[in-house]
Every structure is written in structure tokens, then in C-alpha cells.
Design a protein around this ligand. Structure first.
Ligand SMILES: *Cc1c(COP(=O)(O)O)cnc(C)c1O
Length: 347
């Protein structure tokens, strides 16, 4: 890895961050707070939340087995993705490299930040070739984006290939593990000590069932987390979100049970889907969704909409012609989907 200073935008490296009232006074013994121009009435909503989410990070640290200093919490992982661009990539100068197909936010954030986005096609089985990816790198490539299990394809990228990227690229490597709770693969956040250029993304939006509270996590080396903290909005995680996440972490059992139900359902739904006469292929998945190639994806998508069932039509995504992406729902929802699809066949 290059020295961090060579990777970070010079203006960010020397940025003096905003210092909030809650940054300057961190003690707990005071009882009269007249420092932040808050309204003393309307408790508990009247107070600004903890800008660094200290308590919540301690809980996340225990659950994820990562030290609190290696954790950034964002308004969804989308905030962390955007911060990666704002911290590392000079607009109009630097570029990033990513796989295709993959999660759309990397390219959108690149476009918003005026950073050129180089995508390298996976093969027809959606597998990563580290060599092909590294061939797209030049001396202005600051970040490589990987997503495993990948979205919209669902498959785990091969661990060896990811390691080759981490070992051979001198910039930052983002490994988005939004769906890792559904996968059998060992999560890359356990490798932070081994790879100083690694940034791992996790989220409360999928296995944790909290897409509505907007809470994402990034795990990285301490200096990288400090850069994120410097650039983020001072109070990026609101009080209600911090409270709700904290409560979720106290009842972790629920999550394990959801994941096991969803993984079992996934097997049933995929097997039944494969039997449908218009199904050409069900791709292997390690996430809470699967990708399927069908005959006439647009027609099937529209038919499902008319029946009040919404799946994701990915048929215009590279390598995903005539593909639908289907999220695993409750057993009842999955039954409704399969019932409707069986009736489509007969129609
Ligand atoms: C859903 C998803 C996320 C989660 O984004 P949030 O902003 O945390 O809701 C991140 N990465 C991928 C690949 C996803 O599919």
C-alpha cells in the first residue's frame, strides 16, 4: 500500500474538521448544558446526539469482534461509499475500478463526485478475475470496489481472488459485505489487521431488518476511520437511530433466527422457481435474494406487478439479460409469488 497521505486528497489530509459543542465537552459529570444552543424543553429530543456514537460502537464492536476505533457508522452504508470518494478521489483527476455487474451506488457516487468509474466485467458465471481487475488500474486509481456476496448476482466472490487484489493493489480496496450474514464465507472484517488498505462495509438494512433506521458500518484501519470522521456531518446518526440500533443489538437472537428462516426459504423458493417452465437458470446465491434468467423477463415482471408482487427487473444490466432479482420474503409471501408464477404459466 502507498503511504496514506499519497492516497488521500490533499485538501482532506489538511482539513481542520468542524468541532461541535459535544466534541469539546465529553465529560459525563455535568448536569447543566448551556453550550450548544439547544432548547432545554422537549426532552429527550432536545439534545444533539453523540457525534461519534461511542456507546453504540462499543456494542457493534462486541458483536462484530472489531475494535471500536476501527468502526465508522454512517447514514446507511451509502454514506460510507460516498465518503470513500470524498476522502480519496480528486474530482476530475482520479479514478476507481469496480466489477460489473454490481451494486449501482458505487457508480452513482463516482458520477456525483466527478470521478471516473472503470468497470471490469465478471465472467458469465459472475466470477472475479483479480488479474483482469488489476489490469484496469493505473497510477490514478485510488480505490477498487468489490461486493461479496455480490448484488445483483448473489454469489460470493472467490476469496483467493479478493486476497490477490488486496495484496497487489497499492490503493484502497472496499469489500462490501452487506449480505455476509447470509453467507458461509468468513467475513473480511476479520482480516483488517492483515490488510491496511481494506475497508469492509456492513449494514443494518438486510439481515438486521433495519433498513428504515438508516445505519451502515465501515470497518477499516484507525487512520482511515479518522479521515471518515473528519469529513462526515457532525451528527450523522440521529438519536432515534442510535437508540433503536442499540436495542437491536441487545436482542441479537432474533437476527440469527431470521437469517436461518430466510436461508431455508431461499432453498425452497429457488428449487420451485427452477421448475417453472419459463425458467432458464437460477444462479447460485449466498444472499437473501437470487437472480434467475427467464424467458421474457419484462412480461413476467409486468404480470407480477399487476398481481401486486414486485420483484427487481435486472434485464437491462450487463450480463443479466432476461434476469429477475427476487428477494426472499416470509413463507407466505414466497408462496404468493410462486402461486402467481405458476398461474402465469397456465395463462
Ligand atoms: C443493500 C445494500 C447496501 C446497503 O445500503 P444501506 O445504505 O446500508 O441501506 C450496501 N451494499 C450493497 C451491495 C447492498 O445491496
Amino acid at each position: 500500500m502507498k503511504p496514506l497521505q499519497d492516497l488521500v486528497r490533499p485538501n482532506i489530509w489538511k482539513l481542520k474538521p468542524y468541532s461541535s459543542a459535544r466534541d469539546e465537552y465529553k465529560g459525563v459529570s455535568a448536569s447543566v448544558f448551556l453550550d450548544a444552543n439547544e432548547n432545554p424543553f422537549n426532552q429527550p429530543y432536545n439534545r444533539y446526539p453523540d457525534p461519534l456514537q461511542t456507546e453504540l460502537k462499543e456494542q457493534v464492536a462486541r458483536m462484530k469482534r472489531v475494535r471500536p476505533e476501527h468502526i465508522f457508522l454512517g447514514n446507511g452504508s451509502d454514506e460510507a461509499i460516498d465518503l470513500v470518494f470524498r476522502v480519496f478521489c480528486r474530482p476530475g483527476v482520479d479514478n476507481v475500478v469496480a466489477i460489473a455487474p454490481t451494486y449501482g451506488m458505487y457508480e452513482v457516487c463516482a458520477d456525483i463526485n466527478d470521478v471516473s468509474y472503470r468497470s471490469v466485467l465478471l465472467n458469465e458465471r459472475f466470477e472475479l478475475s483479480a488479474d483482469a481487475l488489476l489490469a484496469a488500474v493505473d497510477d490514478r486509481t485510488k480505490v477498487i470496489f468489490l461486493c461479496s456476496p455480490n448484488n445483483p448476482t448473489g454469489n460470493d466472490l472467490e476469496r483467493k481472488e479478493i486476497e490477490t487484489v488486496l495484496n497487489n493493489f497499492s490503493g484502497m480496496v472496499v469489500v462490501d459485505e452487506a449480505y455476509s450474514d447470509f453467507s458461509q464465507q468468513r467475513p473480511f472484517r476479520e482480516e483488517l489487521g492483515k490488510y491496511p488498505n481494506l475497508i469492509v462495509l456492513n449494514t443494518f438494512s438486510k439481515a438486521w431488518g433495519c433498513a428504515g433506521i438508516r445505519l451502515g458500518m465501515a470497518f477499516a484501519s484507525r487512520p482511515v476511520i479518522e479521515l471518515f470522521n473528519k469529513v462526515k456531518y457532525p451528527y450523522n446518526i440521529n438519536q432515534l437511530t442510535q437508540q433503536q440500533a442499540s436495542e437491536m443489538l441487545r436482542k441479537q437472537m432474533n437476527v440469527n433466527q431470521w437469517v436461518s428462516v430466510l436461508n431455508t426459504e431461499r432453498g425452497h423458493v429457488m428449487a420451485s422457481f427452477a421448475e417453472l417452465p419459463f425458467c432458464r437458470k437460477v444462479y447460485p446465491t449466498s444472499a437473501n435474494f437470487f437472480l434467475a434468467k427467464v424467458e421474457g423477463a419484462d412480461r413476467i415482471y409486468e404480470y407480477l406487478v399487476e398481481n401486486g408482487i414486485i420483484v427487481r427487473n435486472r434485464s437491462r444490466v450487463v450480463l443479466c439479460g432476461d434476469c429477475l432479482r427476487i428477494t426472499i420474503g416470509t413463507p407466505d409471501e414466497n408462496c404468493k409469488l410462486l402461486g402467481a408464477l405458476r398461474r402465469y404459466t397456465k395463462a
